[in-house]
Design a protein around this ligand. Structure first.
Ligand code: ADP
Length: 158
C-alpha cells in the first residue's frame, strides 16, 4: 500500500492545494494532509482552524485524511508509515525553495521520497497569502477558495 503525506501550512487551504490533493488521491492509496505546526511562523489561522477547514473540504475523498504534525516532516512521515512527501510546484519561484527542502529531506531520510505535482495553470498564481490579501481588502475570493473557507476568511477580515 502506498501511503503519502502532503505537508504544508494550509493557512488556509485553497483550490490550488485541493487540486494537488485530488490528484495525489488518484495516484496513492492513502493521502494524509499534514498541517505542520511551526513555532517560528505564527499564522493567520490556528492549527485547529486550519484542520477544521481541511476536514470540511476533503470529505468527498475516501482515501484522504488530515492531521496536525510536529517536528521534522520526514520523522512525522515515518511515524505514520508513509514514505512519500507530496509537494506542489507553481512556478520557477517555488523551484529553488522546494529543491532545497527536498534535498535536505533526502539527506536526512533517503527512504522518504519527495514527489512533485505541477499546479494547474489556473491555480499557478494562487497562494494562501494571495487569498488572504484579497479577502483583507474585501475582494471576491470565490474563485480561489472553497465556500467554507471563504466564509472563514470573510469572518477573519470583517
Ligand atoms: P508551505 O508553508 O510548506 O509552503 P503551503 O501551504 O503554502 O505550505 O503549501 C504546501 C505545498 O502546496 C507547497 O509545496 C506549495 O508549493 C504547494 N502549493 C501551494 N499553493 C499551490 C497551488 N496553487 N497549486 C499547487 N501547489 C500549491
Amino acid at each position: 500500500m502506498q501511503k503519502a503525506i502532503y505537508p504544508g501550512s494550509f493557512d488556509p487551504i485553497t483550490y490550488g492545494h485541493l487540486d494537488i490533493i485530488e490528484r495525489a488521491a488518484d495516484v496513492f492509496d492513502e493521502v494524509v494532509v499534514v498541517i505542520m505546526s511551526n513555532d517560528e511562523k505564527k499564522g493567520t489561522f490556528t492549527n485547529e482552524e486550519r484542520m477544521d477547514m481541511v476536514q470540511h473540504v476533503i470529505k468527498k475523498f475516501k482515501n484522504v485524511s488530515v492531521q496536525i504534525g510536529h517536528g521534522l516532516t520526514v520523522d512525522y512521515a515515518r511515524s505514520l508509515g508513509a514514505n512519500i512527501l507530496i509537494r506542489g510546484i507553481r512556478a520557477v519561484t517555488d523551484y529553488e525553495y522546494e529543491m532545497q527542502l527536498a534535498t535536505a529531506n533526502m539527506v536526512l531520510a533517503p527512504d522518504v521520497h519527495t514527489v512533485f505535482l505541477v499546479a494547474k495553470p489556473e491555480y499557478s498564481f494562487l497562494s494562501s497569502s494571495t487569498a488572504k490579501s484579497i479577502a483583507s481588502y474585501k475582494g471576491d475570493i470565490t474563485a480561489f477558495v472553497p465556500n467554507y473557507v471563504k466564509k472563514k476568511l470573510e469572518e477573519k477580515y470583517r
